[in-house]
Design a protein. Structure first.
Length: 159
């Protein structure tokens, strides 16, 4: 079973309704992107020109915001999501080594999904588990003092 909230498949008509429903908000771009990400689990690139038209922004502006924030996925996630903490306490406790290990183990870069769509690997900046650094979150569940061996064990249990 996936630990992800069920997301709908991308639906251009439903996406347009979300854009139109929120476009009159102050600083509507962020609420729109969040709403789309929540509804579909990611923000499809095809919505960029739609948002740009509705908000009277350039496509480059919308694209820039979409790609700047880690919160927004650009593609559907895999069945599981592993988020590794890249903030200071975890970095000082071999967090970077753990990150490199995960990349090699899964054969992905940050923000990517394994070829079999099993695991999406993402960064997060502090999980509030600094005392147990390095930390990660797997499908919403926190794990502290994560060693490469501990990661391998947890990842091996994700189907
Ligand atoms: S710095 Fe990693 S959990 Fe806080």
């Amino acid at each position: 079973m996936s630990g992800l909230a069920a997301a709908r498949s991308w639906d251009a008509k439903a996406a347009l309704s979300i854009v139109q429903e929120k476009k009159s908000l102050d600083g509507a771009l962020m609420p729109i992107l969040h709403a789309l990400n929540d509804a579909f689990g990611y923000v499809d690139a095809t919505v960029v020109p739609v948002i740009a038209d509705e908000l009277n922004l350039s496509r480059a502006e919308v694209h820039g915001v979409l790609t700047f924030y880690h919160d927004f996925r650009k593609a559907p996630a895999g069945r599981h999501v592993v988020k590794v903490c890249r903030a200071e306490a975890c970095q000082s406790m071999a967090g970077r080594d753990l990150e490199e290990h995960i990349k090699k183990h899964l054969r992905v870069e940050l923000g990517e999904t394994t070829a079999d769509k099993r695991i999406t690997f993402e960064a997060v900046y502090c999980l509030g588990l600094c005392a147990c650094a390095p930390s990660m979150m797997v499908d919403g569940k926190l794990h502290g003092r994560v060693t490469p061996a501990k990661f391998d064990k947890i990842a091996g249990e994700l189907r």
